[in-house]
Design a protein around this ligand. Sequence first.
Ligand code: 2M8
Length: 449
Amino acid sequence: MTPTGSPHSRTPEELATRAVAMLRENDLGGWTRAAPRLYPHQWSWDSAFIAIGLAHLETRRAAQELQTLFAAQWANGKVPHIVFNPAAVDYAPGPDWWGSALSPEAPAGIVASSLCQPPVHAIAAWRIHETAVRRGGAEADAAGNFLRDLYPRLFAWHRFLATARDPESSGLVTIYHPWEGTDNSPRWDGALATLTMGALPPYARSDIQRVGDATQRPTRAEYDRYRWLVELLKGARHDEAAIYRTHPFLVKDVLFSAIFVAANEALLAIAATVGADDDECARLAAWRDRGRRGLDERWDDDLGLCLDYDLRAGAAVRTRTVAGFAPLIAGGLAPARLHALLATLDSPAWLGHPRLRWPVPPSTSPDDPAFEPRRYWRGPTWPVMNWLLWWSLGRVGETARAETLRRASLDQLLSGGLAEYFEPFTGESLGAPEQSWTAAFALDWLGAG
Ligand code: 2M8
């Protein structure tokens, strides 16, 4: 046996046992905490990834993870980024930050944030279905019923993103806050730096005590800006059109947008399975295609990456982060673009970097001036990004590369445990030691072997 408390697993079987135990431990009956101490609520994209892992254990429970989340969906289709667990009272920033009830779109009786996160949900729903169909029998029937039940909600969610979050019909989704995905990635530094700050109410944050190491987390100045942006959203009563007119942080996020493209493709498959009407299928296909064109316009030949676009500054965000590989996630690439992206991925700025402990992508390139190897999304490697790139490489037919990434990702977890993120050079596990989505990825990767 591995010594108690050690993150190390000796065998893939032991890793699988740990992953299952962790998902059960973090399960609060119908939904899963993103991490037991650091994130004791239901997070939107975490839940979708968790459902992909749960699909290997039980179709109904996997389906329930998404159904619980979508019970908090707003009337305009938005799926909130955090659904708060009323029992977890010592998490800060808590429900009092958000004032979601100021919006007539927010459902009564549910305490949730007013932001949203990348729409991995249709991808997860389709994978739950695929996994269940492979098992057959009652599992497959349960998955069919689940898709029929969730489809209208998924469609409303996608319509929200394609309209309220892309009024320009650019194919690219606009985000209002760094928390709509990759938190304190240096992608947002420029937009945050231009904010004119007003008076902030006093606030607490629980992350630093829980991680116990401030060098891994966003700085106070960054957190002040996060808080200020929430104040502005509340001031606009979370009204999308008002936010669009006044909000100082409006960024076309290529990672979010690429996930939306892939999710539209997944939702098209779901639509065909549940017999959705032709008009809805045509709209899903149009959103997918428009997204690919939008991403194509954000390609930067010099960096060999796809770049976010800051609408307020009217400029591309020239930071080398893992989000730059977004077109791989969107798929449907011209051969020359695929070739260019793979060349960047293999280069010393990324997987070819000589100091990497495992060939998995750091969240920010070590060659970028903003790189910090221990701080949150500014350098560490993240299993969630490994999973997205692994899945995407398989979809674009790069199966050998996908397999190398799957093995490296599993080696990282065998050595460092089911943590939230990892120092890219030493492999030290950082952040939450028991991150639910990491357990889900472990099960999905092990199942693909
Ligand atoms: C992180 O986000 C929360 C705020 O939402 C935080 O920084 O405290 C991010 O990594 C986010 O992408 C993730 O969904 C969440 C829970 O794992 O943690």
